[in-house]
Design a binder for this molecule. Structure first.
Ligand code: GUN
Ligand code: ZN
Length: 430
């Protein structure tokens, strides 16, 4: 028989969507729970005493009062922006030109790309994030560096070459043909290898000609099971620029739609200034919107309409958008989502925040049958959270009247000190 591990602690699993069901019907919390891990998968969950009796030979790791959940899933990041995170004072287009593009130029060096991929994944794992969807740079070397490092760590991960053929500096531009050829080659090399998947990645409409968007659309049509990730309606200046660049387009989404880049595997980052037509089309094809709250405040973009979009039935993931976002932590990202909800008169429940950072992001990446929840059969990527990791959270949690009240202080004030352990593919990482 294969080796079995039994993890004991508080446990949290989702049985439904807390935006659509009462909290008590959508989440299951065990005060003293257990997770059985075997062959890299979650083999059983339930009360600790029941699972101990059922699996007497399993090797026990007792995490005490700590909370065991699915690892966090960050559905929109730029690993090459690790070194320029928290760069001061610019809004989107100036921020790209001043900080991002000069840094991304460095990724033609495979050694530098490998160094930053290592550093980035060290930081995300230290923050309890077990799966990310990352943009790379225009350089195929950056994609190889990211996937090689993710593969070495046995991570489930998504990434793609970021394609741009205009409005970017010399050295960061490809062409419709080279972007197609290089993306296709990388897709063939990495998609479906171990736990890795390729995402076709046109950066955003301002940095692609219509010809490049069409080339990306053609590649997606050849590989419809791949994800496609891009940016949509993040800042008002950007939306106006897109209208200038694409005078024929009905709206920003149409610049993608008319080039074959609207579909169910589409992941559209930010999506703050959507028209009714755009919302209706995205809903119709069941594409995903990715909420990047620390980025939307840090770059000064605006307030995502979580309440309205969830009520309309949209598929929504949560993401740091590192390094436009100001954190590697999905706890900090949940806190920012809460604050933006408050500014819109819609305080999100801790269950909703946690659901977004796990199941919601997994759904947005079409991976909720593989990761993102504490349920039998899913891959065993887990995070163990100490809800009393600092004096601040400890004293507040001590006053809590129920589980959600004990969790919320760690959502709002927690950071990597709250990450007690991380399990990847059924094994502890440290
Ligand atoms: N829009 C196009 N590229 C980017 C990027 O790198 N970060 C963010 N936040 N928005 C973008
Ligand atoms: Zn982004």
């Amino acid at each position: 028989m294969s080796e079995q591990s039994l993890l004991l602690g508080q446990t949290l699993a989702f049985t439904g969507d807390p935006f659509h069901l009462p909290i008590e019907d959508s989440a299951r919390h065990e005060r003293r729970g257990a997770v059985l891990v075997a062959d890299g998968r979650i083999a059983d969950t339930g009360p600790a005493d029941v699972l101990r009796a059922r699996h007497p030979k399993a090797a026990v790791t007792d995490y005490g009062d700590a909370l065991i959940t699915a690892g966090f899933i960050d559905s929109h990041v730029h690993f090459p922006q690790t070194a320029i995170i928290a760069s001061w004072g610019k809004r989107l287009i100036d921020w790209l030109n001043s900080y991002t593009f000069p840094e991304e130029l460095r990724f033609n060096d495979p050694d530098y790309a490998a160094e930053i991929a290592r550093l980035y994944l060290d930081l995300t794992l230290a923050n309890g994030t077990t799966t990310v969807a990352s943009y790379c740079t225009i350089h195929p070397e950056s994609v190889d560096a990211f996937f090689s490092e993710a593969q070495r760590r046995k991570l489930r991960a998504v990434a793609g070459k970021t394609c741009m053929d205009r409005n970017a500096p010399e050295g960061l531009r490809d062409t419709p043909q080279t972007s197609y050829d290089q993306s296709k080659k990388l897709l063939a090399k990495w998609h479906g290898v171990d736990r890795l998947s390729y995402a076709i990645t046109p950066r955003f409409s301002p940095t692609s000609t219509p010809e490049q968007l069409a080339a990306m659309g053609a590649l997606w049509a050849e590989h419809p099971n791949c994800l496609m990730q891009t940016h949509l309606s993040e800042q008002t200046d950007e939306v106006a620029w897109v209208a200038d660049l694409f005078p024929q387009a009905r709206d920003y989404l149409d610049t993608y739609e008319s080039h074959g880049l609207l579909g169910s595997g589409g992941m559209y980052g930010h999506a703050i200034y959507l028209t009714d037509r755009e919302k209706a089309r995205i809903k119709e094809v069941d594409a995903a919107l990715i909420h990047c709250p620390t980025s939307n405040t840090f770059i000064g973009s605006g307030l995502f309409d979580m309440g309205g979009l969830k009520a309309a039935g949209h598929r929504i993931g949560l993401a740091t958008d590192t390094g436009g976002g100001s954190s590697f932590s999905m706890l900090r990202t949940m806190a920012a989502a809460y604050e933006i909800g408050q500014l819109r008169g819609n305080p999100l429940h801790p269950a909703q925040l946690f659901w977004l950072a796990t199941v919601g992001s997994a759904q947005s990446m079409r991976m909720d049958d593989k990761v993102g929840n504490l349920s039998k059969g899913l891959e065993a990527d887990l995070v163990v959270l100490d809800l009393a990791a600092t004096k601040a959270t400890e004293q507040r949690a001590a006053q809590a009247n129920d589980f959600w009240e004990s969790l919320f202080p760690t959502i709002m004030m927690g950071d990597d000190r709250a990450i007690n352990a991380v399990w990847i593919d059924g094994k502890p990482t440290r």
